[in-house]
Design a protein around this ligand. Structure first.
Ligand code: NAD
Length: 312
């Protein structure tokens, strides 16, 4: 695919920043969509005028009309409410379900071959809803959370160990919420296990800060939630898919037999390339990790069941 078309729905903090990162990486032509008249068009025009300065070649347009999204290769869905202080991601469930289900129908009707990359929260449940509402094959639907949560963990490890974050590997699996599972045993500093460089107390502090990473930023911003790193994470996943990079990135991917999940979208390492999710990779989890993962998956299942009761 040499000249992809990328739709970003939601021209708020995450969506507009996705458009910015996608343009900066020359990933393809971007169509930004928002329900608020003029918002996407205005931000797209502003971004397009960075092209001569930043030197990228693709176009960015903004609209309220899904006709302009026709023939999209990939759509990043960021529309919906964001958290405010004191709210959990789950508090967004009902309102965002209504928003996301409408959007998915419009997107898939304009682009039947689209790949959906869902960001709206609570993301695991919204990814499942997107799959059902769009009627696409499971491998063409994926959610973003693990790349962000793992990046937060890598940042905190790098700070504590005084090393470059590029040389820190860390994995956060399960649902994107308070039950997320930072995999300490599988995380490394330049290939060396964390425990060889950091105290148990430091590691526990990193795990807790990772779990509360989103809330920490919401508490500081007071009017919304994080967007620079979430957008960078979503665009990195989009890039791996559109350029068939086959990167292994923690993603909300459909798991049936994988990890014994039984047919839900949850955070697992996934190989992303042409067509979307090419494969789910399985960690060898010990009993404690397995228990934490299962409890996180149970939480995602409960949200999905709540959606089903509401008719989504
Ligand atoms: P925001 O309020 O800045 O932007 C949301 C945008 O969606 C607004 O511009 C709004 O007009 C638009 N919108 C609402 N309904 C719409 C509709 N029906 N069609 C088109 N556009 C519509 O919020 P944000 O900070 O950009 O966050 C967006 C979502 O992403 C939130 O649900 C947030 O919780 C989620 N998020 C997820 C992650 C993650 O890791 N998965 C990280 C950060 C944010």
């Amino acid at each position: 695919m040499t000249h992809p078309k990328i739709t970003v729905v939601g021209a708020g903090n995450v969506g507009a920043t996705c458009a910015l990162w996608a343009a900066a990486r020359d990933l393809g032509d971007v169509v930004l969509v928002d329900i608020v008249d003029g918002l996407a068009a205005g931000k797209a025009l502003d971004l397009q005028q960075t092209a001569p300065i930043m030197g990228f070649a693709h176009g960015i347009t903004g609209t309220t009309d899904y006709e302009a999204t026709a023939g999209s290769d990939l759509a990043i869905v960021t529309a919906g409410l964001a958290r405010k202080p004191g709210m959990s991601r789950d508090d967004l469930l009902i309102k965002n379900a209504e928003i996301v289900s409408g959007i998915i129908k419009e997107l898939v009707s304009a682009s039947p071959d689209v790949i959906l990359l869902v960001v709206s929260n609570p993301v695991d449940a919204m990814t499942s809803l997107a799959h059902r509402a769009g009627g696409l094959r499971t491998r063409r639907v994926v959610g973003m959370a693990g790349v962000l949560d793992s990046a937060r963990m890598r940042t905190f490890i790098a700070e504590a160990a005084d090393v470059s974050p590029k040389d820190v590997q860390a994995y956060v699996l399960g649902g994107h919420g308070d039950t997320m599972v930072p995999l300490v045993r599988h995380s490394q500093i330049g290939g060396v296990p964390l425990a060889a460089r950091l105290s148990a107390e430091q590691i526990e502090g990193i795990v807790e800060r990772t779990r509360g990473g989103g809330a920490e930023i919401v508490g500081l911003l007071k009017t919304g939630s994080a967007f620079y790193a979430p957008a960078a994470a979503a665009v990195t996943m989009a890039q791996s898919i559109l350029r068939d990079e086959r990167r292994v990135l923690p993603s909300a991917a459909y798991c049936d037999a994988e990890y014994g999940v039984g047919g839900y979208f949850v955070g697992v390492p996934a190989r992303l390339g042409t067509g979307g999710v090419m494969e789910v990779l399985e960690f060898d989890l010990n009993a404690d990790e397995r228990a934490a993962f299962n409890s996180s998956v149970a939480h995602v299942k409960a949200l999905v069941e709540k959606l089903a009761e509401l008719g989504y």
